[in-house]
Write a protein that binds this ligand. Structure first.
Ligand SMILES: N[C@@H](CCC(=O)N[C@@H](CS)C(=O)NCC(=O)O)C(=O)O
Length: 205
């Protein structure tokens, strides 16, 4: 059986849990308290030298890191991954956008203000810059969704999952979605997809 090393509050981990749930794949969840440095121990570093969750442990003992690589591994033969070559590249385009232009701002503000990493004076000084960059990313998403139901090819895909994970909890980082009606409508569409589970979801032990 697959084993997912994770931390429940993590949006990166949630992407993987959402894919596993929507594809009906059984797995064991092993939770690590990242607030206490649990992914920085020698044992965890031997699984993922980058010291981060999510990390997926395959049946043969291989460890796979990086949320968007893990969701691709799980979903590439499913309805969550398009068949068309350009659509595949467009899904990747949004997954890379999420990692470079969205997650470092939207997720980090939430990590500081909500998850428990805390707001030190140095972090508070960086908040305006992170907010500006987070809203810039949300602006790109809002514009794209003005004429579309989903990010690629009018079909729910890994692109939507990658971007949903932290956008739907952006307000926990004190970001307001009130000026983003297209994003709010898309969030509701994603949450209505069959097999959707919330970020707090744990599989039965
Ligand atoms: N790019 C990675 C980011 C993973 C990441 O930043 N994980 C965080 C939690 S969301 C973590 O494990 N932090 C603990 C630490 O860095 O010690 C991904 O998409 O999986």
């Amino acid at each position: 059986m697959l084993t997912l090393h994770d931390f429940l509050d993590s949006g990166n981990g949630y992407k993987v849990r959402l894919v596993l749930a929507q594809l009906g794949l059984p797995y064991k969840l092993v939770e690590h308290d990242i607030l206490q440095g649990a992914t920085r121990t020698p044992i965890f570093l031997s699984k993922n030298p980058n010291g981060r969750i999510p990390t997926l442990e395959l049946e043969d003992g291989t460890f796979l890191a990086e949320s968007n690589a893990i969701t691709f591994y799980l979903a590439r033969d499913s309805h969550l991954w398009p068949e068309d070559k350009l659509a595949q590249a467009q899904v990747l385009q949004w997954m890379f956008f999420e990692q470079y232009s969205h997650e470092p701002y939207v997720a980090v503000l939430r990590a500081w203000k909500h998850v428990g990493f805390g707001t030190t004076p140095e972090r508070l000084a960086r908040v305006p810059e992170l907010e500006q960059k987070a809203y810039a990313a949300l602006g790109v998403m809002e514009g794209h969704l003005r004429t579309r139901a989903f990010f690629v090819g009018e079909r729910y895909s890994l692109a939507d999952i990658a971007l949903y994970a932290y956008t739907h909890v952006a307000e926990e980082g004190d970001l307001s979605l009130s000026a983003y009606p297209n994003i709010r409508a898309w969030l509701a569409r994603v949450a209505a997809e069959p097999g959707h589970v919330p970020i707090t979801y744990r599989p039965a032990a």
